[in-house]
Design a binder for this molecule. Structure first.
Ligand SMILES: *[C@@H]1O[C@H](CO)[C@@H](O)[C@H](O)[C@H]1NC(C)=O
Ligand SMILES: *[C@@H]1O[C@H](CO)[C@@H](O)[C@H](O)[C@H]1NC(C)=O
Ligand SMILES: *[C@@H]1O[C@H](CO)[C@@H](O)[C@H](O)[C@H]1NC(C)=O
Ligand SMILES: *[C@@H]1O[C@H](CO)[C@@H](O)[C@H](O)[C@H]1NC(C)=O
Ligand SMILES: *[C@@H]1O[C@H](CO)[C@@H](O)[C@H](O)[C@H]1NC(C)=O
Length: 246
């Protein structure tokens, strides 16, 4: 005859209860969300349950510093951060929106739920894609110059005269240091005396992605006038990658 100690009985009971509650409730969150900096991302955490749910605690936590960004019943956390928005749908979803994405927002976020049907947690990741905020004309007495600001990650300027790469004739003017948000300013001056050309293509190259992020056509200054920059083909495409991990 088998003898069950109280401890063994407890473990058996506990295992049965855990398996049963597993089927009653599940937590599912956005997998990896990639967005350009200066853009907005929303991480969703969805509860699926087939029994009445009583939520005791439901939150989004930033793993980098363990800070709670959103909780289901309190706006106080979100109000401390002006770039964060939280939206709770009763017994269903907690949505965390990060606005004006910064490089420092890249990382993992955990969604935690404590309820009458058990405790669950799941993770989402945010990837901050390359971006630039804008470009502007730079006055130049000899040749042409251009400047991109709010660039991430670090970039460099390449110049083209139609299809000819004339980057060797330019001098870069990068402080090299990012601002406190991790954004760079990149500028370059093209020394040219060739007045027969009207405009040059100033392109922003991001070495870490191996691609041009944007380009602008810079006009040669007319005598005594200022350099004017025409932004051409400034295409701002927002790629949203929503990969849901099943
Ligand atoms: C981000 O959200 C804010 C307000 O919620 C909106 O004004 C802004 O246009 C959004 N930015 C992008 C790039 O969608
Ligand atoms: C996020 O989590 C993944 C795996 O869970 C890990 O490989 C990665 O290093 C984490 N990222 C950060 C920024 O902590
Ligand atoms: C243009 O020239 C620069 C500097 O020599 C070089 O780094 C870059 O790869 C060239 N780009 C193209 C498209 O040829
Ligand atoms: C880049 O330029 C902007 C103004 O366009 C300025 O506010 C910012 O501090 C500059 N950033 C760096 C890293 O120099
Ligand atoms: C400028 O040159 C780059 C690199 O060759 C190219 O991708 C871009 O389309 C050009 N831009 C314009 C406005 O011609």
């Amino acid at each position: 005859m088998a003898v069950f100690t109280p401890a063994a009985l407890f473990l058996w009971f506990f295992a049965v209860v855990t398996t049963a509650t597993n089927r009653l409730m599940e937590l599912r969150a956005s997998g990896l969300v990639a967005e350009q900096c200066h853009g907005n991302v929303t991480l969703l955490c969805d509860i699926s349950h087939d029994k009445t749910l009583k939520v005791n605690h439901f939150s989004w936590i930033r793993m980098a510093d363990g800070e709670t960004l959103c909780t289901f019943n309190d706006d106080a956390e979100a109000k401390k951060h002006n770039r964060i928005l939280c939206k709770y749908t009763d017994q269903e979803q907690l949505a965390l929106t990060l606005r004006h994405l910064l490089p420092a927002d890249e990382g993992n976020y955990t969604c935690k739920l404590r309820s009458n049907l058990g405790i669950r947690h799941t993770m989402s990741a945010v990837k901050v894609r390359e971006c630039f905020q804008g470009s502007e004309p730079v006055p130049s007495s000899s040749g042409v110059a251009c400047r991109f600001y709010g660039v991430y990650p670090q970039g460099e300027v390449h110049w083209f005269d139609r299809d000819k790469n004339v980057t060797d004739k330019s001098t870069a003017d990068n402080s090299g240091k990012p601002d406190r948000h991790g954004m760079y300013n990149v500028s370059s001056r093209l020394l040219t005396e060739d007045r027969s050309r009207e405009e040059y293509n100033c392109s922003l190259w991001i070495p870490s992605t191996g691609a041009y992020l944007t380009s602008t056509l810079v006009r040669m200054p007319v005598k005594g006038g200022a350099t004017s920059v025409h932004i051409v083909g400034l295409v701002w495409v927002l790629f949203r990658t929503w990969i849901l991990i099943a």
